[in-house]
Design a protein around this ligand. Structure first.
Ligand code: SF4
Length: 162
């Protein structure tokens, strides 16, 4: 199974949401579809590459000099998730041979920045996450999860609670 950015995102948000998605219930749409190979060929010589789509589902805000991934966020409420999202981007781009050094989470409203690095331990954790995602896909029953404070904003809310 090919692990996508959306799966990683959902894994850190909610296993139930991930299960829906893996079982063909996709309620969130994406509007671009550019593969990494095409992307690297097309943009290799530009300094700042904005709104990049990778593997159909990863949408990176911009990469400076092909070294630092920048993600701009409204609030740091879900920072743990954002950090893992950026770690995943670094991981996948390195796999494609792009030597990304680090990531930067920008919260302009809060005037806050968080640096993100990917070390060997993180790589192992991500590889375990890939295995967990496979397990969730093969699980017959919908995972039971507790109500979260962002459930009401979730596209799957009606599936869970109504
Ligand atoms: S509504 Fe809440 S429990 Fe249901 S899929 Fe969304 S985040 Fe998960």
């Amino acid at each position: 199974m090919i692990i996508t950015g959306t799966m990683i995102h959902y894994y850190f948000v909610c296993e139930k949401k991930l299960w829906y998605f893996l079982n063909g219930i996709n309620l969130e749409k994406y509007d671009e579809n550019i593969k990494i190979g095409t992307l690297i060929d097309k943009y290799s010589y530009e300094r700042e590459n904005k709104n990049l789509m990778i593997d159909e589902n990863i949408n990176i805000d911009f990469i400076r000099d092909w070294k630092i991934i920048h993600e701009i966020k409204k609030s740091d409420k879900l920072e743990e998730l954002f950090i893992w999202q950026v770690k995943y981007y670094i991981y996948i781009l390195r796999k494609y041979g792009v030597n990304i050094e680090s990531g930067l989470l920008d919260y302009p409203k809060q005037k806050k920045r968080t640096k993100v690095f990917l070390d060997e331990e993180d790589e192992e954790k991500l590889e375990n996450v890939f295995k967990e995602i496979e397990k969730i896909k093969n699980q017959k029953n919908i995972p039971i999860v507790k109500y979260k404070n962002y459930c009401k904003k979730c596209a799957y809310y009606e599936f869970c609670y109504i």
